[in-house]
Write a protein that binds this ligand. Structure first.
Ligand code: ZN
Length: 464
């Protein structure tokens, strides 16, 4: 059978654009105060979920709402289940928009609005892919479910709940990242190194603080220190800032010197893209040779993390060809009279032995009186290049775009990892700017149509 998928999309273009715009116009931001059983994430999100399920019903699909956490739209029949996973919740719009963030304005071939590319446009593209297959009356030997999550941007309570009560697809894809295909995702772990011997001595370091989130490079650090020769120290600090090309200040209040240092923020998945204010300040403060716990705390940070985001000095460095190097972001540093902690965001390759690495780390820091407090941990996610899912998606992508469907990896986590055998497949095409979570987010209309044709054929090939 020879189907022109692009023509089929073109025939439905007006409806596709109208439905996409209407979905974007629903402000589906998480409402923390929500306490309704039917709408656990608030009215906006609930409305967006219902909007999608209504579209499904009106087109004659089976639909199901899973307690407002997620829903699905299903077609086909058979033993096996193909899953397509998108989400209709969005992050808050933020400031600085040049259009109404919920206006879904069309300008120069682009639809503007929060959620346009993440993930309302792509979710709608997948829905229209299913709709085309249904309207053409193409026979399927498997079931297909468009699973619609409602809490992707926050805690993934949507997929957690969904897969507690619903079937896990045999295989599937998530249109919630980049084309061509992302099949490898690093393991991600947040942990705190807790210094146990704090509070036993009178510390010259009164306070040290940098960063608030594990997965961000801190852009500001502050410290208060009692020093013997404040003028000398302030002079040295200025020189240090000059050498490192960083901004900051040191002021003497008659008792202590207060330091600030401005770094450069970046996502924790590649700490080298930023400048860690906390590490740079700790590195300077070690030159003061402070006594006791404070000195050990600062020396530890400098020794193991200064200019080392790969865990080399800790002996954790590792790299594989699927996912690249292990990375460590020092996202939080806190020192006070009764507590000292360093918060790490560790991202490790798919073939890394995490448990062995953790053991090694724990053993080597135990003698320094430091213990690991594991906060969160998501194992790596990987689908082998030989898997039929990948073979099929690659064939479809190359047939329609004429481009090679290179397999990509990421240090971030995509929605695909909530499927047992799932990859991220679009909807951002190579070379397009990454606008998810930013102001003036948009989806290019030509790209939306291209993605719809890709999803239609991919779903058909996977489920026929
Ligand atoms: Zn998303």
């Amino acid at each position: 059978m020879n189907i022109s998928w692009k023509n089929e999309v073109e025939k439905r273009k007006d409806a596709l654009l109208k439905d996409t715009c209407n979905l974007i116009m629903i402000k589906s931001v998480l409402d923390d105060q929500a306490n309704s059983v039917a709408a656990p994430f608030g009215e906006g999100i609930n409305q967006a979920l219902e909007f999608m399920l209504d579209l499904g019903n009106n087109s004659g699909f089976e639909t199901k709402n899973i307690e407002g956490y997620a829903g699905h739209i299903q077609c086909g029949s058979g033993e096996e289940l193909i899953g397509v996973l998108g989400h209709i919740d969005v992050v808050p719009e933020g400031d600085g928009w040049s259009t109404d963030p919920y206006g879904a304005e069309i300008l120069e071939g682009k639809i503007y609005g929060r959620g346009a590319i993440d993930d309302k446009g792509p979710t709608m593209a997948a829905f229209y892919g299913m709709k085309i297959i249904k309207e053409l009356g193409l026979p399927l030997s498997k079931r297909v479910r468009l699973i619609i999550g409602a809490d992707e941007e926050s805690q993934w309570r949507c997929v957690d709940r969904y897969f507690q009560v619903e079937e896990m697809p045999t295989m599937g894809f998530a249109p919630d990242a980049d084309f061509p295909i992302i099949n490898a995702e690093k393991g991600i772990c947040d942990m705190e190194l807790v210094f146990q011997n704090i509070g036993n001595d009178i510390s010259p370091l009164k306070a040290f603080q940098a960063g608030r989130r594990f997965n961000m490079v801190p852009d500001l650090a502050t410290a208060t220190v009692k020093v013997d020769q404040p003028e000398e120290v302030i002079k040295n600090y200025k020189q240090y800032l000059d050498e490192t090309k960083l901004h900051g200040e040191a002021t003497y209040n008659g008792d202590d010197v207060s330091f600030t240092l401005e770094g450069l923020s970046a996502h924790g998945m590649e700490p080298d893209k930023g400048k860690n204010a906390g590490i740079f300040l700790a590195n300077f403060l070690t030159t003061l040779n402070l006594k006791g716990n404070a000195g050990e705390f600062l020396a530890f940070i400098t020794k193991y993390f200064y200019k080392d985001s790969r865990g080399r000095t800790l002996g954790l460095n590792y790299e594989d060809k699927q996912t690249g190097p292990l990375t460590i972001n020092v996202g939080k540093i806190n020192f006070s009279s009764d507590s000292a902690r360093v918060g790490l965001n560790l991202r490790y390759p798919v073939t890394y032995d995490f448990d062995k690495g953790l053991n090694h780390l724990e053993e080597m820091i135990r003698e320094k009186g430091i213990v690991v407090d594991l906060k969160t941990h998501a194992r790596p996610h990987y689908v082998n290049a030989e898997h039929p899912l990948i073979q099929t998606l690659q064939e479809v992508y190359t047939r329609q775009t004429g481009e090679t469907a290179t397999l990509l990896s990421t240090g971030g986590g995509t929605y695909a990892r909530s499927l047992n055998a799932g990859v991220a497949f679009g909807a951002l095409f190579p070379g397009r700017p990454e606008l998810a979570h930013q102001k003036d987010e948009y989806i290019d209309i030509e790209d939306l149509l291209k993605a719809t044709a890709l999803y239609a054929e991919a779903i058909y090939e996977l489920a026929k």
